[in-house]
Design a protein around this ligand. Structure first.
Ligand code: SER
Length: 417
């Protein structure tokens, strides 16, 4: 299945069940000053979930552009972490609740996408007997494949009761795809809550029924709501039998562009592959940010864009690419994503210019920074020091503009953040 088909089939499935198809919100949240970037499909519906919204419908479906900065250290290292990603989601504002959400999710995965039901595992919040029973009795999932987890895994936002943030929240139920024992990390307790690549989390069904206030008090919302999020890239990888998201049609042409620039072949398990995956992810994210009006700068959202471009520039240099090339990667991103998100296609030339200029400028300081790093490394190694002193890390950051991630990926010394 192609990405466009997956997006369309999801939206069609829920429109047929009387959901209103709403466009993706901008990556810069329209109505929420508490957020740096839109990180979930529910962001644009926060007021509806809190019972204060004015939209004239109670069911919605979206394919939402999301950006999460918390996963930056994992990007390229794992099969399925991204900064920018697309979240498919269906929402109910005081309309349907657990039973429809769970049974539709199962129907969509097993009947429409035709995923083998025996490969699926589900989880519920430890106290949520109602969801457990729906999975067991209505859907017929064997109990061995229904897991109960605590609030870290099965509350959204994770651990919200104890850690926050304030706002709408609730227990959730997740659906995982088992890639098989050959992906098992070997830990005796490896299961859907393990960080390894065996179980791919496809879909999170959140039963948004509380508002959290300062101190952790959960007050029931005026109505019980639904907020679901399915990772488009992960689902596409599973449907096409790809071991990681970067080998799907959403990324592969981008990787090929990077291979051509580096005159090196992609290697799944080495540093070469890791750097190529990270460049692909970061340039895709930057392309969407600039299309939504976020330009590289030294603070806030703009700094995230600058940092992602700097990490990608460094990866390019480490792959042996001697000239600015990230703007060519932008072209590939626009080609792949332009039909679903016309705003990136419409601003392609502009994005291309911004990226080219930023990479050009940073390459100059990066070379100075890396030279300084090498000199310090040599002296430190002679003295038997294994950890890069914080003051050098800071100096590289402050004077040469090297984000910690860049220093970390360019040195053999240990970098403690
Ligand atoms: N808000 C939930 C999540 O981000 C479900 O969409 O996982």
């Amino acid at each position: 299945m192609r990405a466009d088909e997956l997006r369309e089939s999801y939206i069609r499935f829920f429109v047929e069940r009387f959901h209103i198809h709403r466009p993706s919100d901008s990556l810069v949240p329209t109505d929420d000053a508490t957020l740096l970037f839109t990180g979930a499909g529910m962001n644009q519906f926060k007021e509806m979930l809190l019972g204060r919204g004015k939209l004239p419908f109670t069911r919605a479906v979206t394919s939402q552009k999301c950006l999460r900065t918390g996963d930056i250290p994992n990007v390229g290292r794992t099969a399925g972490h991204h900064t920018f990603f697309e979240m498919l989601g269906n929402f109910s504002f005081g309309d349907y609740f657990k039973k429809e959400t769970i049974t539709w999710a199962w129907e969509y995965l097993t009947k429409i996408l035709k995923i083998d039901a025996d490969r699926l595992r589900v989880s519920v919040y430890e106290d949520d007997q109602a969801s457990y029973d729906i999975w067991k009795d209505e859907v017929g999932v064997p109990e061995a494949r229904i897991h109960r987890f605590d609030a870290k895994e099965n509350f959204w936002p994770a651990d919200a009761p104890t850690k926050g943030p304030n706002g709408p929240c609730g227990p959730c139920s997740e659906i995982f795809y088992d890639q098989g024992p050959e992906y098992d990390c070997g830990k005796p307790d490896c299961g859907p809550d393990c960080d390894c690549d065996r179980y791919v989390e496809l879909w999170n069904l959140v039963f948004t029924q509380f508002e959290r206030a300062e101190g952790g008090k959960l007050t029931p919302l005026p109505s019980k709501n639904i907020d679901t999020g399915m990772g488009l890239e992960r689902t596409l990888a599973v449907l096409n039998g790809k071991p990681n998201n970067f080998e799907t049609e959403l990324f592969w042409p981008i990787i090929q562009r990077i291979e051509a620039a580096a005159r090196k072949e992609y290697e799944r398990t080495t540093d070469v592959g890791r750097r190529m995956r990270r460049i692909a992810d970061h340039v895709r994210a930057v392309t969407f940010c600039i299309a939504d009006g976020v330009l590289p700068s030294n603070e806030g959202r703009g700094y995230v864009v600058r940092k992602l471009l700097r990490i990608a520039t460094n990866d390019g240099l480490q792959l042996g690419i001697q000239h600015p090339f990230l703007h060519h990667v932008v072209d590939e991103v626009c080609k792949i994503m332009g039909s679903a998100y016309p705003e990136v296609k419409a601003r392609e030339d502009y994005i291309n210019k911004v990226v080219k200029k930023e990479e050009f400028k940073f390459r100059v300081t990066l070379k100075v920074g890396l030279r300084t790093l090498r000199e310090n490394e040599a002296t430190l190694k002679e003295r038997g020091v294994e950890v890069l002193p914080g003051k050098i890390l800071f100096w590289l950051h402050d004077t040469c503009g090297l984000p910690t991630e860049v220093t970390e990926s360019s040195t053999e010394l240990i970098v403690n953040e």
